[in-house]
Design a protein around this ligand. Structure first.
Ligand code: ZN
Ligand code: ZN
Length: 311
């Protein structure tokens, strides 16, 4: 009986050691959140030597009285004035986060979760507006970038300044990729059947002809109506061989074009095309009575008459 218990204890001890070995790894990578939602107004810029000037944290814009939250789960290790300025420190295993100037709600020894309110922002670090100086260190004078606590894919947690910068970049990208309007995919071709309701010659019922037909000899090169990316190309049954090109945003509208009844494709899915690039060749695949291009246009997801978009 004693032997059995002793064996059991040995297993329990091994399990405890194993758990103990695993925990420091977790402690070095706590899951972090921004302690204040304001923009980053001053970046982390550590000094080359501890006695030199630098910025040992991130400054986040705020207002006096804003609630500051814990950047990660931990235990409050300090709450009080340092050189006349209210400071909170939270210990997360080997790491410590600091928050100043913040008047604490929490007491030393208190356990906090990530995002838990810990105090109110005071004036004094940024002028004329208040800001939070958020620090991270793994030793008395070893400061780290507090951003390293945040998940790299934390898009929702981006400070407003970063969001504004991303929107600006997006607008610039859209401006530079803006089409000068769609061009005809077959410059010389004549329209043999317009977009719109027509009587089906076989069934006799009225149906929507969902594109514009351009007559041209089989093998005639078809050109992309605008710059974009080939998103799909396949045998579309009645549409025959078809290619879809996504043009992104132009003049506030999202355009997609499609080219049908092709005899052959010129490129592959994922290819980037400039306006006028050859993307395929006229054919008569699918439900078609002769060589022609059935050209389709979607504006913001809605099918439109291609001729409303073409010169
Ligand atoms: Zn600062
Ligand atoms: Zn057609």
């Amino acid at each position: 009986m004693r032997r059995t218990l002793a064996s059991f204890s040995a297993i329990a001890l091994a399990a405890a050691l194993w758990a103990g070995a695993a925990s420091p790894a977790q402690a070095t990578a706590p899951r972090g959140v921004w302690p204040l939602s304001g923009a980053v107004v001053r970046e982390f810029d550590p000094p080359d030597q501890p006695w030199l000037a630098g910025h040992r944290g991130l400054d986040l814009a705020g207002h006096v009285g804003d609630i500051v939250t814990a950047a990660a789960a931990g235990v409050v290790s300090f709450a009080g004035p340092v050189a006349g300025r209210p400071v909170i420190s939270i210990s997360h295993g080997s790491l410590v986060t600091t928050y100043e100037p913040v008047t604490a709600f929490v007491a030393v020894g208190q356990t906090v979760t990530a995002g838990a309110p810990i105090g109110r922002l005071e004036a004094g670090h940024c002028l004329p507006e208040a800001c939070l100086h958020w620090g991270l260190k793994d030793g008395p004078e070893n400061y780290l970038d507090p951003r390293s606590l945040l998940p790299s894919q934390a898009v929702r947690l981006l400070p407003v300044e970063a969001v504004a910068r991303l929107r600006e970049e997006q607008a610039l990208w859209e401006q530079s990729h803006k089409s000068a309007g769609l061009i005809r995919p077959l410059a010389e071709a004549v329209i043999t059947s317009p977009f719109g309701y027509r009587t089906n010659p076989i069934t006799g019922s009225s149906e929507l002809h969902d594109g514009t037909d351009f007559g041209a000899a089989c093998g005639t090169p078809i050109r992309a109506a605008a710059a974009g990316i080939i998103t799909q190309q396949y045998d579309g049954g009645g549409y025959g061989n078809r290619v879809f090109v996504d043009h992104g945003s132009a003049d506030g509208s999202q355009f997609v074009t499609s080219y049908n009844h092709l005899s052959a494709f010129a490129l592959s899915v994922g290819a980037t095309v400039a306006q006028g690039d050859v993307i395929g060749y006229v054919g008569t695949t699918g439900l078609s009575t002769g060589c022609h291009l059935h050209f389709m246009v979607w504006a913001n997801g809605a099918l439109v008459d291609p001729m409303t978009q073409l010169p």
